[in-house]
Design a protein around this ligand. Structure first.
Ligand code: KIV
Length: 272
């Protein structure tokens, strides 16, 4: 029996590095379930992030803090079953890695074993370096995340742009270098000035992927539900809406309700 040769190249951390070297931009979106992951993968996305934003968009929490490791594993395993090509990165949730590198490694091993994902993402710089290094000893690729790190929302007090002042900008640059030196394969920069993001991307050899960080980085990431226009209340300046699924889904459901009420559905062909 011959194995059919796939037309596409599976995305690995090495492919992402090559993309940066060639100046080819990296596309990344979140997904949290099988059906959406399958659609997004087949549409040609490079990286799928099983973000802890699932806490907001899937579970309706106000912050990303409540989502648990078990819940992240459930979302990640559903996503992995839907993909053929994309690299799947999973957020380590709040409380599963901060302050204890052994726990960080144990949480990561559970994610990798139980979901089949390819890498993990962690928020923070110098304060989590020990955890990052320990995870890397197990051969698991780690993506960093600096700037607006939503797991620290109660420290920041607001979702406003980060690192606008020199001191915070300098710490971010310092942290980005530490993350690269520790061995992170990529870095997400969230909601920081474009000029700062450009400087970080130029200084690092690993890919830098931005969300609200301007155009001069190596790739872009958005939350799927935001860019598809499912969520109408969230309208930050950096968000471009590529569809109005809120309108489409509402219209379809209203149509269905009306067809049921009017005895128009099911018709003769739609029954046994
Ligand atoms: O959880 C998430 O969706 C994220 C992105 C916003 C980068 O971390």
């Amino acid at each position: 029996m011959s194995i059919q040769k796939k037309e596409f190249k599976k995305i690995t951390t090495h492919v992402l590095l090559e993309m940066k070297q060639k100046g080819e931009k990296i596309s990344m979106l979140t997904a949290y379930d099988f059906s959406m992951a399958k659609l997004v993968d087949q549409a040609g996305i490079d990286v799928i992030l099983v973000g802890d934003s699932a806490s907001n968009v899937m579970a309706g929490h106000e912050t990303t803090l409540p989502i648990t490791l078990d819940q992240m594993i459930y979302h990640a395993s559903s996503v992995v079953r839907g993909i053929d090509r994309a690299l799947v990165v999973v957020d380590l949730p709040f409380g599963s890695y901060q302050g204890n590198s052994k726990e960080a490694l144990a949480s990561t091993i559970r994610i990798m074993k139980e979901s089949g994902a390819h890498a993990v993402k962690m928020e923070g710089g110098e304060e989590i370096i020990e955890s990052i290094k320990r995870i890397l000893t197990a051969g698991v690729p780690v993506m960093g995340h600096l700037g607006l790190t939503p797991q620290s929302i109660y420290k920041f007090g607001t979702y406003a742009v980060r690192a606008t002042e020199e001191e915070e900008a300098e710490k971010l640059i310092h942290d980005s270098k530490l993350l690269e030196a520790a061995g992170c394969f990529a870095l997400v920069l969230e909601k920081i000035p474009s000029k700062l993001a450009k400087r970080v991307a130029e200084n690092l050899t690993i890919p830098v992927i931005g969300i609200g960080a301007g155009p001069d980085v190596d790739g872009q990431v958005l939350v799927l539900h935001d860019m598809l226009g499912i969520n109408t209340e969230f309208k930050p300046r950096f968000l471009r809406k590529y569809a109005d699924l809120h309108g489409i889904i509402t219209g379809a459901v209203q149509h269905y309700v009306s067809d049921v009420k009017n005895r128009d559905f099911p018709n003769e062909k739609e029954q046994y």
